[in-house]
Design a protein around this ligand. Structure first.
Ligand code: NAD
Length: 281
């Protein structure tokens, strides 16, 4: 049976580390990191995420502000808000909660955030830095996966890593981070022969958004399996992109859903905000 990678406990540990770092920063430099979260409209999931982010920010000792705007806000008004936050010295991290209403160009909004304050790691400069192997702010979810691997005692160097999913916020940056950590990386998508590719993975990261797409029997015995997916089934149960039970019988370590990758994302947002406040990456 696979070792369970406890994302909830590891995320709590990351938040405790950030809290201790913030206390030191306050004592030594009188500096309090500040996180501004922009939320547009009434998307219920966005509201839950933003509440979680503000709560975590308060717990680690940051200043945090929520700028909630009506869905009718114009693109120019939203860009003006982002520019105002860019210039505010108390704000070290800016997060624009996605999705944005259809009349707003989300890519334009993201690229208007100053790269130094881009704590989501979605700005083209951040993506470019990652791609070039330079220091920079990293997207929180794959950043969290790297920490989970570390805590599970899994060093990617020399291992065969397979990432299923190639989104700009999870799959692609995940593959680049594993590459940076000296893994041999394969990226899979809809056209890939998933059973074959998955079967070669020493480290498997799945970020697709299809309930139990990856079958337990495909998994290489001894693999480390990280399931990023979060899917609500008809009966209300939350499941990942991997068949958890069957995969647990073959993997050496696996993340549960919920309680695996999910809690790490907010914890790494706290780490990123601290990094943005101190200018160190
Ligand atoms: P996305 O929809 O942007 O991307 C999904 C990717 O999966 C695409 O690149 C697509 O090519 C690929 N894909 C789709 N169907 C496929 C198939 N049948 N076979 C192979 N590849 C296929 O999604 P995303 O934003 O990357 O999120 C993926 C999942 O991760 C979702 O369930 C989402 O809820 C979850 N997620 C969780 C967290 C977290 O904090 N735990 C953060 C972000 C996303």
């Amino acid at each position: 049976m696979a070792q369970l990678i406890d994302g909830k406990a590891i995320a709590a540990q990351v938040r405790a580390e950030v809290k201790a770092d913030v206390e030191r920063l306050k004592a030594e430099r009188g500096l309090v990191p500040g996180l501004a979260v922009v939320r547009v409209g009434e998307d219920p999931a966005s509201k839950v995420y933003v509440t979680g982010k503000k709560k975590a920010a308060g717990e680690v000792g940051f200043n945090s502000w929520e700028h909630h705007r009506d869905a009718s806000i114009t693109q120019d008004e939203l860009l003006a808000l982002v520019r105002q936050l860019n210039e505010d010295p108390a704000v070290h991290g800016i997060l624009v909660q996605l999705p944005l209403p259809k009349h707003i160009d989300a890519e334009l909004v993201i690229s208007t955030v100053k790269p130094e304050k881009d704590v989501d790691g979605f700005h083209p400069i951040s993506a470019g830095n990652l791609s070039l192997g330079r220091p920079g702010l990293r997207p929180c979810t794959p950043f969290g996966v790297m920490r989970l691997l570390k805590e599970a005692g899994c060093n990617p160097a020399g291992k065969r890593a397979v990432v299923v999913g190639r989104s700009n916020i999870v799959g692609k940056p995940m593959a680049l981070m594993l590459l940076q950590a000296d893994a041999t990386v394969t990226i899979c998508h809809r056209k890939s022969d998933l059973p074959r590719e998955v079967g070669m993975a020493d480290i498997l990261v799945v970020a697709v958004g299809v309930a139990e797409l990856v079958k337990g029997e495909w998994i290489k015995p001894g693999a480390v399996v990280i399931d990023v997916g979060m899917n609500r089934k008809a009966d209300g149960k939350l499941v990942g992109d991997v068949e958890f039970q069957a995969a647990s019988e073959r993997a050496s370590a696996i993340t549960p859903v919920p309680g695996g990758v999910g809690p790490m994302t907010i914890a790494m947002l706290m780490r990123n905000t601290f990094i943005a406040a101190t200018g160190g990456v």
